[in-house]
Design a protein around this ligand. Structure first.
Ligand SMILES: Nc1ncnc2c1ncn2[C@@H]1O[C@H](COP(=O)(O)OP(=O)(O)OP(=O)(O)O)[C@@H](O)[C@H]1O
Ligand SMILES: [Mg+2]
Length: 246
């Protein structure tokens, strides 16, 4: 399955959710690809402390081949394609987005046939941008990660409207919800999701251990019994459920 994480505002938790979900699936014996398509603010290389020589950006700029940009992690079958963009790269990207799109699609085809992963997880850029919408259009499950911040909720309405026009059906995941507000806000969250036209895929509560990790630890490895890690497992169980008709 191809799964992508999106958001309107930055910092909603996409990179940590993508990385933890990928590690969880790899620990369960799946072959997993993890692709950082957040070109303007990549984070997967930092989360995994990768010493990257070449990245997806080099591939898209014809400076690297597929095998140069895939980093196998640990004993398990986790294959990471990180990004790292300089200011100059970003300017060049936006000059020819159609070409970048074609190359990205070719890369995914090659990656799929070379490594044959069971799942590929995409960590996308926040905001409404071409790369995020492109990925949303090619994944089986796209998930917009939203917090309770008013700016974020308003922006998520915009994302859902654009997604609908592009015939995508993203789901919504609320993250960083305070534990003591969860029960009281259940109905509000359901109503919000309904108004946005996004089917909810769950909630991840604010977790102190996660906040204190500062993206320096993979929670499902470092703290497998933390609330956060348990919620990653639950998230996977919901992703893996068949979705009903629209
Ligand atoms: N459930 C949570 N509880 C507490 N802290 C969290 C939670 N989820 C994420 N965080 C913290 O929020 C910060 C931002 O997370 P992350 O980098 O994953 O977000 P992002 O959406 O990828 O950001 P960006 O849009 O800038 O790429 C991190 O410091 C992370 O530890
Ligand atoms: Mg990120």
């Amino acid at each position: 399955m191809w799964i992508s994480f999106h958001s309107y505002k930055g910092g909603t938790g996409k990179t940590n959710i993508s990385g933890n979900l990928a590690c969880y699936l790899a620990s369960k014996g799946y072959k997993v690809g993890l692709v950082d398509t957040d070109f303007s603010g990549p984070g997967i290389h930092a989360l995994f402390s990768l010493k990257t020589k070449k990245t997806l950006v080099d591939y898209l700029q014809d400076r690297a081949a597929l095998e140069d940009i895939v980093y196998k992690r640990g004993e398990r079958e986790l294959y990471i394609i990180p990004s790292y963009a300089t200011e100059e790269d970003i300017v060049t990207f936006s000059k020819d987005p159609a070409e970048a799109k074609e190359k990205l699609q070719a890369l995914l085809r090659d990656f799929q046939s070379l490594h044959n992963p069971d799942h590929i997880i995409f960590d996308c850029s926040p905001g409404l941008n071409r790369s995020s919408l492109l990925i949303m259009g090619i994944t089986q499950i796209s998930i917009v990660v939203c917090t309770l911040d008013k700016q974020d909720i308003r922006g998520t309405y915009v994302v859902s409207g654009v997604a609908r026009r592009l015939k995508s059906r993203p789901r919504i995941l609320f993250n960083k919800l305070p534990k003591n507000k969860y029960e009281a806000s259940k109905e509000t969250l359901e109503e919000l999701s309904r108004k946005m036209g996004l089917e909810p895929i769950g909630v991840i509560l604010y977790d102190e251990a996660m906040a204190g990790a500062w993206s320096r630890k993979i929670m499902v490895h470092a703290y497998p019994s933390s609330e956060y890690s348990k919620q990653i497992v639950q998230l996977w169980e919901r992703i893996n459920q068949p979705i009903g008709p629209p």
